[in-house]
Design a protein around this ligand. Sequence first.
Ligand code: NAD
Ligand code: TDX
Length: 335
Amino acid sequence: MKILITGGAGFIGSNFIHYWTKKYPSDAIVNLDKLTYAGNLSNLRAVEKNPNYKFIQGDIADDKLVEKIFQEEQFNLVAHFAAESHVDRSILDPNAFIQTNIVGTHNLLRAALQNKTRFHHVSTDEVFGSLGKTDPAFNEKTPYDPRSPYSASKAAADHLVRAYFHTYGLPVTISNCSNNYGPYHFPEKLFPLFITNLLEGKKIPLYGDGLSVRDWLYVEDHCRAIDAIIKSGKIGETYCVGGNSEKSNREATDEILKLLGKGEEMIEYVADRPGHDHRYAIDATKIKNELNWEPTVSFETGLQKTVEWFQNNEAWWMHIKNGEYQDYYKKQYGK
Ligand code: NAD
Ligand code: TDX
């Protein structure tokens, strides 16, 4: 099987490439990634010499490039991870979110249709909006209600994916997943920012009252879920993927402080995110019943593994925080 993975130099995409090359070593993988600020080829050192792995630097919003790659490579499957993914950046400037998440996804769909390629789209629980404290968790039938430019752009992409299924018969599946965490998580997001700040002796900025709730999923469990959907999911269907680990940001922060032996004086309460979604929660019954998938890594184990990974990979995150990681591509590929 030949697979196009978009956004494979990012957090989840790179974890997925490691997962897939270990589990299915004879599959060929092409990683198409623009290498935005979030793309980091040093996430992929372990696979870059693998003869079944190829990297192409390119923008999914470039329709001609996308068309050419599909024609040349003849993929059996697209696993689409590439996105602008950070809510705070979407609030500051939504433009790249529209280009990549909507226009880019549409270019991939059009090329997939021309080449009759199976398409898996990686989406988020944020498309469903914000839950109150006692509301039931999101499931596949929850109406869309996105509230940030990021989630609105992801929602638009999901609608386009479904439109290509219903209108043109493109074989698609979608996964809407809760907050991931684990190795290679870019240190602008809550967990890696807080862990690395604390390792540097810096304070950690908690938004608002710290009582917003997220459902945390260890990234390898997410990769297993996508694998199950690709292999056995029903074409045209959506699967909600969650970690069964709802925590308020303050609760999660307290766990991180405890693991690093720091006290609550390291917390700095700062202004809230505009339009901050209060709570996300996922009811993952469908994927459990139909595809026999469940999260296997508990929040406690996953967080401990994550903290240890950041403790053992200081050079990785230091290079991001000081900007040196963006030279890696030039050194590797001489461009
Ligand atoms: P990330 O920001 O870490 O990585 C995104 C990758 O996409 C980067 O390598 C970047 O260079 C690449 N990219 C961005 N724009 C591109 C473009 N125009 N063309 C080609 N490549 C481009 O993101 P992530 O956290 O790994 O998220 C991956 C996917 O999973 C996204 O679609 C995101 O919406 C979704 N998701 C993420 C989470 C989470 O908790 N991180 C949860 C649910 C869903
Ligand atoms: O410095 C911070 N302080 C803080 O209190 C940051 C960066 C975040 N927060 C809060 C905001 C959220 O309630 O922590 C929570 C998590 O924030 P993020 O790490 O930015 O994640 P979130 O906004 O929940 O979105 C993530 O999960 C869903 C990913 O970034 C999305 O790509 C994914 O779709």
